[in-house]
Design a protein around this ligand. Sequence first.
Ligand code: UD1
Length: 418
Amino acid sequence: MGEYLIKGGNKIIGEIDICGAKNSILPILASVVLNENESIIHNVPKISDTFVAIDILKSIGCKVELKGSTIIVNSKDINNIEVPAGPVREMRSSIIFLGGILGRFKKVKISYPGGCELGARPIDFHIKAMRQLGATITEEQGFLMCEAKKLIGTRINLDFPSVGATQNIMLAAVFAKGETIISNAAKEPEIVDLQNFLNAMGASIKGAGTDMVVISGVQKLKAVEYKIMPDRIIAGTYLVATSITNGEILVKDVIPEHLNAITSKLIETGCDIKTFENSIWLKAPERLRAIHRLKTYPYPGFPTDMGPQFMTLLSIANGNSIVEETIFEGRNKHISEFMRMGANIVLLKDGMTSLITGVKNLNGTTVMAKDLRGGASLVLAGLCAEGETIVQNASFVERGYEHIEKDLKKLGANIVLR
Ligand code: UD1
């Protein structure tokens, strides 16, 4: 596992293009399984999670070619309906292949994902929904065996607007007979991207982006060419990097509306922000202000995937902040590492609420990434800390950022991956 070596104190200044979204490419790569024709996908982020999804596609018999940031998948000759256990354990969101393979072949065997860095992360909504669509599911030695004579559209109400469950149902319902209605669906932009992709290959889905998604079953799909939407979390991470280093940035190739919850919080901290059609400009204030209360919510609320990065910011802001995580119970593993750098954070007994008193400076030291976004937040901490910071376990960060070190270096940071 590599590590980042960062010498803090340099301002982040310049312009950066944002690559395609991790949380879009993964469900889209699972949905190409539904299609017997060729899928060409552009703006693919070359992150390790994408490579895990490619491995799964190859293991079930797809032909996959990656040329630059374009993937061409031919899934005509899939000859295996069993998803190998390794990738599912490595990447929990592989569970999305359940809907894709079941949708096309009416049968799938997939490893039951274990716990993950963010906590237990159950898949009960996914399983219940597949049963409602007519599948029989049994568990055998850690594997889920899922089979259906026919999938039949029905009304499915999610107890919580789960992103993964909404996507899995969309995939499984593409060929289901009649209409599938998902209520209390997740409204994330990545759900809209998935709907657009599926419709471009001949599916009939509407409502994505609202809390009701309606899938009308179709009989066949067609070849598709599609460009993945930009990654709003990478964009948000670089905006935070700029805010904590007194910098100035133009983040390009983004959909500013997707970042409304993030930019409005940055404005509260005193940042000057201007949004254009496809870009966001930010100039940091002399000293950042604390945020009285920052609480994560499903979209369009403040994203859980930006909580840790904002904790870096609030650690050096002027005043006291409360950060409440509401989605994942294991999200706060980076706090003990922040404290090693001199942050003043009290994590309450629930493990979800943190009280942060901003300090003037963080101090560089050796810290360890324990998950993707927590790892990114430590890299950010290194940018504004005094002295040298080593962030170990870089591979966590590489799951969601193509080359964070190259991007930040281009913007003026002193950072290497070694
Ligand atoms: C997706 C994103 C992840 C993001 C998260 C929330 C991908 C690949 N990952 O993860 O980056 O942080 O959305 O925005 O898109 N839950 C259940 N039972 C289930 C499913 C979920 O209880 O069957 C719970 C989870 O434990 C969690 C909440 O629902 O507390 C939301 O999870 P969900 O939206 O499903 O997250 P993911 O799709 O796993």
